[in-house]
Every structure is written in structure tokens, then in C-alpha cells.
Design a protein around this ligand. Structure first.
Ligand code: PLP
Length: 402
């Protein structure tokens, strides 16, 4: 039986609106659909496929572990999880790791840990930022700063305050010794590829230190090399107390993790939190191989070189088509912000790009987002940008500016 796109409408709960074509295989930053049409992948499965598709390092790790041991539950530990935990601890500020299966679950663990830490001091209020995105569990949609994702699901977890992103004065006005935690993305991903100012993050760190508040960095989208640093915090002069990572960590295999220091980790005791699959041997074996491959000076420096190539091409295209008012982001998490006259047309550009056989993403209505493989080739970048140019040509031709 060969499934069709119509089967999606018939059998799937309608929370997604996927493209009309069905992708069946990939290699590097190319994908092929059922009819053998090829696509260049600048979307990377939403910042997940850090090594592209079918990378031998990930495939071999999967096959080798697949033949040995997949899953034993947390009633037993396993070798791949211990190896991966050690790598994460040795490469970051953290002393301890909790494994989950997704970004939302990593954040759920972080928020619950922060609440447990706060409990001892009688405080529970979490400060989060407008437009933030932290996942789709009830606690994480409530913490995210986009009411459209939470408003239909009340009653929501309470004790969460939202303030404007990159506005230190407002943050200062709310962060007092009654606050339990602050959660922030170093670059707001879903919210529009909007980088936090260094001074903002440094100011949050200072306020948290002064008031005894836990600082959580959500690096689900920015982590594992995406910005050209292993983690984005490493280039901010700020060390968080808790960090969450997922997406690129497994290179396409579902895994998430919460990293923290001994001081905070000890607030959790046996039974406080858990997951059947968290720390699954198969996921950790793949993640360990992907992590080692990315965590080298060559691959991380390559992210910056590739970023520059993409930026140069985007700037050239924009000189021709005059569609974007800014191109922002860092490393291989880039956002092209539409000019006001094209406001909210980002989705149309994604559709036109897929007609030109290129996969790109939106970030909100106004930003076209690029999150390709960290090892995308020059040839794939150039071919993808040629296709993007044709999509922009169609876009300006067909879109009445406002
Ligand atoms: N946090 C951030 C910053 C994200 O970008 C995302 C997903 O886009 C999440 C959390 C949620 O991750 P997941 O979809 O794996 O639950």
C-alpha cells in the first residue's frame, strides 16, 4: 500500500497542515518525494537534522546499537546514557543531566525542578517572555508567551508572569526575591529568530544572582552547534543554572535533556520526576555519535562559514527583490524579516519555495526561517539559494504590496 496525502486528512488528528507532497528519502541536505522530485533542505526538520539526512555517523550508531539493546527503562541504567551524560557534563557548565524525549519534556523537567528548588524558599512564580516558545505540554504552553497556543486549554498552570523580551527595565521591575525562576531563549526561535541582547542576558543573570532566582536557558533550538558555539550561552558571557536541549541533540532521533549543577540537581530526589523512555539506549547512542561529530572546532567553525555564505546570498537576493527589512539570527539559525508592505506573507514564500523544490520554514507570520544541516555543502547552499531566488521572483511578481 502506498499512502497518499489524502490519508493524512482521513487518518490524522488535524493539528498540522503538511505540504501536499510526501518525502520518502534523504541524503545530506537533499530530500526526495514519492514522485522522485528532489528538494533542497534549508528547514532541517525544524533545526533537528544537524547532520542532514542519512549521515553515516548517525546511521552506523543507530544500526550498531539497534543490534545490541534498545530499551530497558530507568529501572536499569545503560551504557549509552552514561556515556552521553558524561559528554554533556564535560562539555558544558553542568554537573548532572536528566534525559527526556523532546524539548517540551526537557522544559517541563526544568520548570518542575525550579519549582522544587523554590519550594524550600516558599516561592513559585516563574518569569517568562512575550513571544517565547517552550513546547506544547500544558506547563510549557502556559510558560510560552504566545496566548494562541494556550488560551483554549484553561485552566492553565498558574504562577507565571510574562514580560517583554529584551527589556531589562521591565524584567528588573518584576524580578524580586519572591520569584522562583526566569526562563529565556538565547534566540527566540518560533517567536521570529530574535536574538536576546547580550546586555539583556547578562542583566538577567545579575538580577537572578541578586534575588536568588534560578536562571533557565531554553536551548532546544539554539543548542548543539546551531549558532556556531556548542551551546549559545557559551558566547554570551552568561552561565545559566539550568539548560534544556533537544532537537539537534539526536540529529533526528527524538531525545531531550535538562542540564544543571549539583546545587540544583539535588533538589530532585528519587521519584520526584521520571520518564519511561528518557535515557533510552538507542536514542542516547545516536545522540552520543551526533554530539561527538558536532563538538569539534572544525564543525563548529564550519557553521560560521556556512552562515556567512547563506547571509551573503540572502543579502544579494534581497538587493534584487527588496522583500526583507532585516536578516537576523546566528550561525545556521537565520531569519529573514519581511518588510511591512509584505507583512504576514511568510507562509506564501514557504509555499513558493516548495514549488521551486526548496524547504524553508516560517517563524511567526513575518519571518522566513532557515535552519539547515550544520554540515550542508556549498553546492547545496548555492542550489538552494538559486531556488529561493526563483521563489522570491514569483513572490514579488504575484504579491500586491500593502
Ligand atoms: N523550546 C524551544 C525554544 C523550541 O524551539 C521548541 C520547539 O520548537 C521547544 C521548546 C519544544 O520542543 P519539542 O517540539 O521537541 O517539544
Amino acid at each position: 500500500y502506498t499512502p497518499t496525502r489524502q490519508d493524512f486528512n482521513q487518518y490524522m488528528v488535524p493539528v498540522f497542515a503538511p505540504a501536499e507532497f510526501i518525502l520518502v528519502r534523504g541524503e545530506g541536505s537533499r530530500l526526495w518525494a514519492q514522485n522522485d522530485t528532489d528538494y533542497i533542505d534549508f528547514a532541517g526538520g525544524i533545526a533537528v537534522n544537524a547532520l542532514g539526512h542519512a549521515h553515516p555517523v548517525a546511521v552506523n550508531a543507530l544500526i550498531e546499537q539497534g543490534k545490541k539493546l534498545w530499551h530497558v527503562s530507568n529501572n536499569y541504567t545503560n551504557e549509552p546514557v552514561l556515556v552521553l551524560a558524561k559528554k554533556l557534563v564535560e562539555s558544558t557548565f553542568a554537573d548532572k543531566v536528566f534525559f527526556a524525549n523532546s524539548g517540551a519534556e526537557a522544559n517541563e523537567a526544568a520548570l518542575k525542578l525550579a519549582r522544587k528548588v523554590g519550594l524550600a524558599k516558599g516561592k513559585s512564580t516563574i518569569v517568562a517572555f512575550n513571544n517565547a516558545f517552550h513546547g506544547r505540554t500544558l506547563f510549557t504552553v502556559a510558560t510560552g508567551g504566545q496566548p494562541k497556543y494556550s488560551q483554549d486549554f484553561a485552566p492553565l498552570p498558574s504562577g507565571i508572569i510574562h514580560v517583554p523580551f529584551n527589556d531589562l527595565d521591565t524584567a528588573k521591575a518584576v524580578i524580586d526575591d519572591k520569584i522562583c525562576a526566569v526562563i529565556v531563549e538565547p534566540i527566540q526561535g518560533e517567536g521570529g529568530v530574535l536574538p536576546a541582547d547580550r546586555a539583556f542576558l547578562q542583566g538577567l543573570r545579575r538580577l537572578c544572582d541578586e534575588q536568588g532566582v534560578v536562571l533557565i536557558f531554553d536551548e532546544v533550538q539554539t543548542g548543539v552547534g546551531r549558532t556556531g558555539s556548542l551551546y549559545a550561552y557559551m558566547d554570551t558571557g552568561v552561565i545559566p543554572d539550568i539548560l534544556t536541549t533537544a532537537k539537534a541533540l539526536g540529529g533526528g532521533f527524538p531525545i531531550g535533556a535538562m542540564l544543571t549543577t549539583d546545587t540544583y540537581a539535588k533538589a530532585f530526589v528519587v521519584g520526584d520526576h521520571g520518564s519511561t523512555y528518557g535515557g533510552n539506549a538507542l536514542a542516547c547512542a545516536v545522540a552520543g555519535a551526533v554530539f561527538d561529530f558536532i563538538n569539534t572546532p572544525e564543525v563548529l567553525a564550519g557553521v560560521i562559514t556556512r552562515s556567512q555564505r547563506m547571509l551573503d546570498k540572502l543579502t544579494q537576493l534581497n538587493q534584487t527583490y527588496q522583500v526583507f527589512e532585516a536578516i537576523r539570527g546566528k550561525g545556521l539559525l537565520l531569519g529573514a524579516v519581511l518588510k511591512p508592505e509584505y507583512a504576514n506573507n511568510a507562509k506564501d514564500i514557504v509555499s513558493l519555495a516548495s514549488e521551486q523544490r526548496l524547504l524553508v520554514l516560517v517563524a511567526g507570520g513575518n519571518v522566513v526561517r532557515f535552519a539547515p544541516s550544520l554540515v550542508i555543502s556549498d553546492e547545496e547552499i548555492d542550489e538552494g539559494m538559486a531556488r529561493f531566488g526563483r521563489a522570491l521572483q514569483q513572490f514579488v511578481h504575484h504579491t500586491p504590496s500593502k
